[in-house]
Design a protein around this ligand. Structure first.
Ligand SMILES: C[S@@+](CC[C@H](N)C(=O)[O-])C[C@H]1O[C@@H](n2cnc3c(N)ncnc32)[C@H](O)[C@@H]1O
Length: 291
């Protein structure tokens, strides 16, 4: 289980716990029946809450309340984006930094779709073991692609059967801020190269110039103190590239949103607060136009 319990793999368990909590809410935006099994299966997270009744201060808890609600909303918004893109014709779905994402198992995909899940080998091995134990059945073709996104990952995706002539939809959810600047540039260039006309990409970015300015925010403090994850030591502190600008320069049409816009649209989710670790978070949607 090494890969999921060390460093950045742990963050996949954090998001899984958030999705488990969200799934148990009566007004949930997402229902992920697999999430709590991942959390329980890894010794590092086995004691974490998977339902709000297990959180002593409930919704007021900065980690399992507001931050978990953020992940719930994010999951739903990107669920809707991926399904919309698949229904519009993208039959290849590429999850970059897939973590413990269970979309292949949860969502209703059009016939003929294939989903490529890229993550580090240890994370995908843990996922395989837990899903195997549950006898879970994917609702679309699914190909795990164990590789490190800091290296040249194009060959691994091609070997997995990705076809650059067929429209695709790509998602980098909770990923880019873990990658060095050069790896993000490579990722954006590569998606542009491999995406046929009619493809789409969504990703999450952080715009802050100095992430450490929010070190003492309730979100980062609670994550450190309650579960021992210091996100700021896992994030790359290098200056970020302007990926939305780079995509626009390559001819993609892009739109950049705060998560708070979606809180209003979906009726639930985080709102801005003082000393807010989410202040710079943006969700970016990009389309590569057909000629
Ligand atoms: C916060 S989790 C998000 C997982 C998933 N996208 C979700 O939202 O549930 C970040 C994921 O990115 C993966 N990741 C981080 N750096 C990576 C790298 N260099 N290569 C491959 N995967 C990486 C981690 O292993 C982890 O599963």
């Amino acid at each position: 289980m090494g890969g999921v319990e060390g460093g950045v793999g742990l963050t996949a368990l954090l998001v899984a716990a958030a999705r488990a909590i969200e799934s148990h809410r009566p007004d949930s935006l997402v229902r992920d029946v697999y999430a709590e099994h991942f959390v329980r299966a890894a010794p590092a997270s086995a004691g974490w809450p998977v339902g709000m009744e297990q959180v002593p201060d409930g919704d007021a808890n900065p980690l399992w309340g507001r931050f978990a609600r953020y992940f719930g909303l994010r999951t739903r918004v990107f669920d809707d984006f991926l399904l919309r893109s698949a229904q519009a014709g993208a039959r290849q779905v590429v999850l970059l930094g897939a973590g413990l994402d269970s979309r292949a198992f949860r969502l209703d995909w059009p016939a003929g779709c294939v989903m490529f899940e890229i993550d580090r080998e240890g994370v995908l091995a843990f996922k395989h073991e837990v899903l195997g134990g549950l006898s879970a059945t994917a609702r679309t073709a699914r190909v795990p692609v164990p590789t490190d996104l800091r290296a040249d990952w194009v060959g691994a995706l091609a070997d997995a059967g990705f076809d650059a002539t067929v429209p695709s939809v790509w998602l980098a959810e909770g990923l880019l801020f873990y990658l060095p600047n050069a790896a993000e540039r490579y990722l954006i260039d590569t998606v542009d190269r491999l995406a046929a006309a009619g493809s789409a990409l969504a990703y999450e970015a952080k715009l802050e110039k100095d992430l450490l300015a929010y070190r003492d925010s309730p979100t980062y403090t609670a994550t450190r103190e309650q579960i021992g994850i210091d996100l700021l030591t896992l994030f790359s502190l290098e200056p970020r590239p302007d990926s939305a600008g780079d995509l626009a320069a390559k001819g993609w049409s892009t739109s950049v949103h705060t998560p708070f816009e979606f809180t209003r649209r979906y009726g639930r989710g985080p709102l801005p607060e003082p000393n807010d670790a989410l202040a710079g978070n943006r969700w970016v949607f990009a389309d590569k136009p057909r000629p």
